[in-house]
Ligand binder design. Structure first.
Ligand SMILES: Cc1cc2nc3c(=O)[nH]c(=O)nc-3n(C[C@H](O)[C@H](O)[C@H](O)COP(=O)(O)OP(=O)(O)OC[C@H]3O[C@@H](n4cnc5c(N)ncnc54)[C@H](O)[C@@H]3O)c2cc1C
Length: 391
């Protein structure tokens, strides 16, 4: 089995499939296996899967367990709703809710693969052509030497992210959509945050045409901040990580509550991700065709407003391994089982993420209506049993 892409989705599938005896080979174009510095929330549907792969202790070591998810109005600063996470997540869903640094999660998966020797990993390998012959021929450039390499395999998984080159083998002619939303992000030592503003929770600030998500990572030593605003994308949209400046962010935010302004002001540097997605999936044909399956952002890139992109990639990986274990079937049939099991849940999460973004950014009377219903029904609106209970 060849897996193209060694992000969180690619490594999760290498581990999951390795555990059921697939002996995958991961081809990654980067020179190192690494992730950019930003936080990620892992809800119980995701931590449960990571636990099942024997990662409970390691995950606890890198995870921060926030006490609550607190929603605030970005202009008045008032708390408009909250959902207990810590003990409740364990009691209701049987698994913890963690915030982690993406690089730590990625490293954890990599270490598990390396220690167990369950998969082969190749770097500097940029795949640009796939021919579904018998066997499948996967070819690309060895970036270090400039030479072309061809790999042969009986099964392929495209886990090469938003701008996937392998996606065209399954869903031809579908480019990502530019959403017109920009995610500014920063990671700030908690020590440099004024004491009154330090936090142990996930804080979501909702304002007109903007929202901000802040939470501790790395044992609470750092505060992860993401502020999503509307704005024109950078010239090179395929690059997802751009340098950004605070003045542009502050101008795009407009007037916000003094605490949010102060928190934003603590970050010496900001990075910018232009947000893109795909139209929510319409059927299993968008996740697998023949002996080629897609996984994670390559299959269903989503807006980050439900904090589930990596989570769905990890759930995909677990299902992929379950299907691979059906050795009574040929590869194409196994991938069909995988696609049928996953597409509807992924589509539902894509749709809900779009809707959340619209609700987060409401203006005028609709904004007051949102705040009122969150005040009245906060916990039941913010809890998502169909998602957190798992597939
Ligand atoms: C602002 C923001 C906040 C987010 N917050 C959360 C959150 O709280 N919780 C959550 O679950 N998700 C979150 N996400 C989503 C999450 O980051 C992504 O969904 C997830 O990282 C996708 O993983 P992936 O492995 O599918 O793709 P990627 O991480 O994009 O990995 C793809 C890999 O493939 C490699 N590659 C690409 N092309 C080729 C090629 N041709 N040949 C070889 N290798 C190739 C790349 O180098 C890369 O390593 C957030 C996203 C954003 C933008």
């Amino acid at each position: 089995m060849i897996i193209v892409g060694g992000g969180i989705g690619g490594l999760a599938s290498a581990l999951a499939c390795g555990l059921v005896g697939a002996r995958p080979h991961v081809l990654e174009r980067a020179a190192n296996f690494s992730e950019v510095g930003a936080g990620i929330q892992l809800s119980p549907n995701v931590t449960r899967t990571l636990h099942a792969w024997g990662l409970a202790e390691e995950l606890k070591g890198i995870g921060f367990a926030p006490r609550t998810l607190e929603a605030k109005d970005a202009q008045t600063g008032q708390v408009i709703g909250s959902l207990p996470l810590g003990r409740r997540s364990q009691e209701v869903y049987g698994a913890p809710y963690f915030t982690v640094h993406r690089a730590d999660l990625h490293r954890l998966l990599l270490q598990k693969i390396n220690r167990s020797g369950l998969a082969d990993l190749s770097l500097h390998c940029q795949i640009d052509e796939v021919n579904e012959l018998d066997p499948i021929k996967v070819s690309g450039l060895q970036l270090e030497t400039g030479l072309r390499e061809v790999f042969e395999t009986d099964a392929m998984v495209g886990a090469d992210g938003l701008w996937s080159a392998t996606r065209q083998m399954v869903v031809p002619s579908t480019a990502p959509r530019v959403t017109g939303l920009l995610a500014y992000r920063a990671l700030v030592p908690m020590q440099s945050i004024p004491e009154k503003l330090r936090m142990k929770d996930v804080n979501v600030w909702l304002g007109p045409r903007l929202h901000a998500v802040l939470y501790p990572v790395q044992g609470g030593d750092f505060l992860n901040m993401v502020v999503v605003v509307q704005g024109p994308p950078p010239a090179v949209i395929e690059e997802w990580d751009h340098a950004a400046n605070k003045q542009d962010l502050e101008a795009a935010m407009g007037p916000v509550h003094a605490h949010l302004k102060e928190l934003v002001g603590t970050a010496p540097a900001w990075r910018l991700w232009p947000l893109c997605d795909h139209v929510p999936m319409k059927g299993p044909h968008e996740m697998a065709k023949g002996r080629i399956a897609l996984l994670g952002d390559a299959a269903h890139p989503m807006r980050p407003f439900l904090a589930q992109g990596a989570g769905m990639a990890i759930e995909d990986a677990a299902e992929l391994a379950k299907s691979w274990a059906r050795t009574d079937m040929n590869v194409a049939d196994r991938w069909q089982i995988y696609a049928h099991a996953r597409w509807a849940r992924n589509a539902q999460v894509q749709l809900r993420s779009i809707r959340n973004g619209q609700i987060f950014h409401l203006t005028g009377p609709l904004r007051w209506g949102r705040n009122l219903s969150m005040r009245l029904f906060g916990e039941s609106l913010m809890d998502i049993p169909w998602l957190y209970a798992g597939p």
